[in-house]
Every structure is written in structure tokens, then in C-alpha cells.
Unconditional design. Structure first.
Length: 352
């Protein structure tokens, strides 16, 4: 199960070794309910096949990132039918109800494939893990999902908005300092603007945030001087929230967001449905993530009925450091992956 890690490590020799070990998975480009996907079928399969829908993180390479090619290939080598799906908007960092709905439709289409009558599991990385957890608690899917693997998800979108604007997060009623990386600030800005109804305000603001360098500094700076009188009420409320850096004002500014925008925040937050997730969850997070405090994952783990949280010291958000000194971490990470695969291949085991 370390195939995906090797493939995504950035070291050509490790990636080549991973492909040799995996063998010749049958790869097919398809659409699932209109969502582009890559299917990885075992070289030799026997129905029914257990299936996993893999959701990439926010990366311009999307499902073609070496890590996700490695994940699909590795799962196929283990006798699993894997679909790496890429709903429009995810690769550029727009987490929206439309992205969630498209992903849901793709999962339903994958589950209804007559060639695959086995179990259904979800796996995701970063933003993809956020979607996987949100779907695992959805009423239409909760009873059908056999297992979930979530690597470095974002669990509470409201608190993430607080974090990226004020460098504070709430822990046991107190506001605790934490400075997240600029990329998370950009992803939340792109997402919040994409939540607006289509129109001139959304198009102008979206054009601005999409033009920003993915890893540039201070992506929220322009909002602090944005001409608010040129915006409608919803866009003005979003810009004010994104422009604010005063921890004492966040709740006030969030509270005046229109109800539909606050409902969107809840819809996209796995924490909201954590108690409804019936499947066992393997939650893997960094001890010191560069984007999200550990408290975000702890809150989800506390609310989810069947969760095992693995905290990795050598994890840089979703990328493990490959070094001899990290061998113990790699073993713990591989243990989480093996448990997930066992649940995928033996659903009765996963619910025992």
C-alpha cells in the first residue's frame, strides 16, 4: 500500500519501482455522471469487485498527479477497482456545493456499474478527503459506504475561514494563534467567491482570485481595499469577511452572511455530518500541518462513531517525507492503508 506514496514522492526511481511492483493495471478514461475519471482495473479480476472512489486534493495536475496514478495502480494491484474522479473546480481549489453534488453523482454512477457488484469505499486527500467525509455522512450514501480513508482533510469550513483571515482558531472556547500557509488562504477565498450566485460580482472576483499565483504571498490583500460600493450585498459580505484580520470581528462578519451562504459552509463541513458516518474511517493527519491545526481533525474524530486517527510526525500536510528517519511513521501510515484495504475487501470485517 506504499505504492501511491512511492509514485508521488518525486523520485523517479521509486515511482518506477512502484509501477513494476503493481504490474499492468488496465487503465481507462471514462466519465461518471459527466465527471471525468480514470478507472484502474485489476489485470486479472473476478466479480464481484470491491471498489474505491479516490478524490484528489487541490492540484493543477488533478487525477493525473503521480500520487493519484500510483494510488489507482496500487489499488488495482490489490484486486480493487479504483476510480480517480475529478469534478470540475476541485483542481483549482473551489470547494462548492456544485463540486460536492457532481462528486456525489459520480459515486452513485460508479456504485451502479453492473460490472462492479462489490463493496464501495471512499478515499481522499486534502480537499478530496473533505469531500469524501462529507459524502460518507450523506443520507443517500451512509449505509452503502464500507470504508473511508481521509488524508489531511479540512473538517470545519467555518473555523477554516476564521483561521485564514485572522490567524486564530477556536479551541475549548479560546482563540489560539496559528498561521496557516498562504495556499489555504487562496483556496478558501476561491471557494467563498465561487459560492456566490453567478453574475458580474462573482465573475469579477473569481477572475481576480484565479489570476493569483497558487503559492503567492498574501492572497487576501486586495480585498482590504476592494471598492465595496461596486458590489451587491452578498458579494460585499464575502469580501468584508475575507478582508477582515481582527479576531474580535469574525463572528459578527460571519453572522451577517446570508443564510444560504452559511448553509453552504455547513454543507461542505464534514464535522456537520460526522455523527452520521456509519463506515469505519481511517483518518491520517500531520502532527504539525502547515495549513490546519491538529484540533480540526481531533474535533472530527471526537464526533465520528468509528474512526481511527493516525498522527504522523513526518507528514507535510499530505506528503510524507521519504527518509530512513521516518521509517516508523511510514510503517504507521502503511498500517492505516492496510486496515482501509482490509475493510474495502471484507466489508463484514469493517462493520464487525
Amino acid at each position: 500500500m506504499l505504492l501511491a506514496l512511492a509514485a508521488g514522492s518525486g523520485r523517479p526511481s521509486l515511482a518506477a519501482a512502484a509501477r513494476r511492483i503493481a504490474g499492468s493495471a488496465r487503465v481507462e478514461e471514462v466519465e461518471l455522471a459527466g465527471v471525468p475519471a480514470t478507472l484502474y482495473r485489476p489485470a486479472r479480476d473476478a466479480l464481484p469487485l470491491p471498489g474505491v472512489v479516490v478524490l484528489p486534493g487541490v492540484t493543477r495536475q488533478g487525477r493525473r498527479h503521480p500520487a493519484f496514478v500510483g494510488a489507482g495502480t496500487g489499488l488495482a494491484a490489490a484486486g480493487v477497482l479504483a476510480a480517480v474522479v475529478e469534478p470540475r473546480g476541485l483542481s483549482i481549489g473551489e470547494l462548492t456545493p456544485d463540486v460536492l453534488a457532481r462528486t456525489h453523482a459520480a459515486v452513485e454512477a460508479f456504485a451502479s456499474d453492473p460490472e462492479r457488484a462489490g463493496s464501495l469505499a471512499l478515499a481522499g486527500v486534502s480537499g478530496g478527503a473533505t469531500l469524501a467525509l462529507a459524502l460518507a455522512g450523506a443520507p443517500a450514501l451512509a449505509a452503502r459506504v464500507s470504508a473511508v480513508l481521509a488524508l489531511s482533510p479540512l473538517c470545519d469550513i467555518r473555523e477554516a475561514l476564521r483561521l485564514v483571515t485572522t490567524d486564530r482558531y477556536r479551541r475549548q472556547g479560546a482563540l489560539v494563534p496559528f498561521r496557516p500557509g498562504s495556499f489555504l488562504r487562496l483556496v478558501l477565498a476561491r471557494s467563498a467567491i465561487a459560492w456566490l450566485e453567478d453574475g458580474p460580482d462573482r465573475r469579477t472576483l473569481r477572475e481576480h482570485v484565479l489570476e493569483l499565483d497558487d503559492y503567492g504571498a498574501e492572497p487576501l490583500r486586495a480585498f482590504r481595499s476592494w471598492p465595496l460600493d461596486e458590489l451587491g450585498s452578498e458579494a460585499r459580505a464575502i469580501v468584508r469577511l475575507l478582508a477582515n484580520d481582527d479576531p474580535g470581528r469574525f463572528d459578527e462578519l460571519y453572522g451577517v452572511l446570508p443564510d444560504d451562504l452559511q448553509e453552504t459552509v455547513g454543507l461542505l463541513s464534514p464535522l456537520r455530518v460526522a455523527g452520521d458516518v456509519r463506515a469505519p474511517v481511517e483518518l491520517v493527519v500531520a502532527r504539525e500541518d502547515k495549513y490546519v491545526p491538529l484540533a480540526d481533525a481531533v474535533a472530527l474524530a471526537s464526533a465520528c462513531p468509528k474512526v481511527r486517527m493516525t498522527v504522523i510526525d513526518s507528514l507535510e500536510h499530505a506528503v510524507p517525507r521519504v527518509s530512513p528517519g521516518a521509517a516508523r511513521d511510514h510503517a504507521r501510515l502503511d498500517g492505516a492503508l492496510v486496515r482501509f484495504l482490509s475493510a474495502v475487501r471484507s466489508p463484514s470485517y469493517s462493520r464487525g
